[in-house]
Design a protein around this ligand. Structure first.
Ligand SMILES: [Fe+2]
Length: 186
């Protein structure tokens, strides 16, 4: 999916990467690969924090006859995404990097699209969240492959755990739009 914007992994706008402090790590991954992995993880950290705020936005603002179940579902998705955020950020620091997760860093670096702020009704929120979560999951899925080429099975495992949880939530969201007895389409 082109939305990955993989080149952006190595280009954090507004950041002088060479000046960014890195810490010693006994993790046995070659230094150059560690830098790339840290950049990759920080790119996905931005996406994932952005995603968490979008799920909360949906949780707070959803309206309509399905309000209560969607209010709960969106909050459970936000919790799962928050778990992913922590996994990614702490993998950055385990590799000796700085976890770039302030709101401003995330706004500058996220590769997912901004949520449609005009969305109000339940299934429209489902569709909007599905789109964002699929972008996040697919970017992390790509991360698994990138880690394989960088010789870091442990970071690949972090991404695998994240993708597995996100895919389940994608299924939960998408099931609302399927079944044939709906006017909401695919
Ligand atoms: Fe709440």
């Amino acid at each position: 999916m082109p939305s990955l914007k993989s080149n952006r992994v190595l280009q954090h706008p507004g950041e002088a990467k060479s000046d960014e402090r890195r810490f010693e790590s006994k993790v046995n991954v070659p230094e150059n690969n560690r830098r790339t992995l840290i950049d990759l993880l920080n790119a996905r950290l931005s996406d994932t924090i952005d995603m968490q705020t979008q799920a909360k936005f949906a949780h707070w603002n959803v309206k309509g006859e399905d309000f209560y179940q969607l209010h709960l579902l969106f909050d459970s998705i936000a919790e799962h995404v928050e778990n992913a955020v922590d996994l990614i950020a702490e993998r950055v620091t385990a590799l000796g990097g700085r976890a770039n997760g302030t709101a401003r860093q995330v706004a500058a670096n996220s590769s997912i699209e901004e949520y449609d702020l005009n969305v109000m009704h339940g299934m429209d929120h489902v569709r909007a969240l599905l789109k964002s979560l699929a972008s996040v999951a697919n970017a992390s899925r790509e991360g698994i492959k990138q880690c394989a080429t960088l010789g870091d099975d442990a970071t690949a495992d972090v991404f695998t755990e994240i993708v597995r949880a996100a895919d389940k939530d994608i299924y939960f969201l998408q099931s609302h739009l399927q079944g044939g007895n709906t006017t909401y389409g695919h």
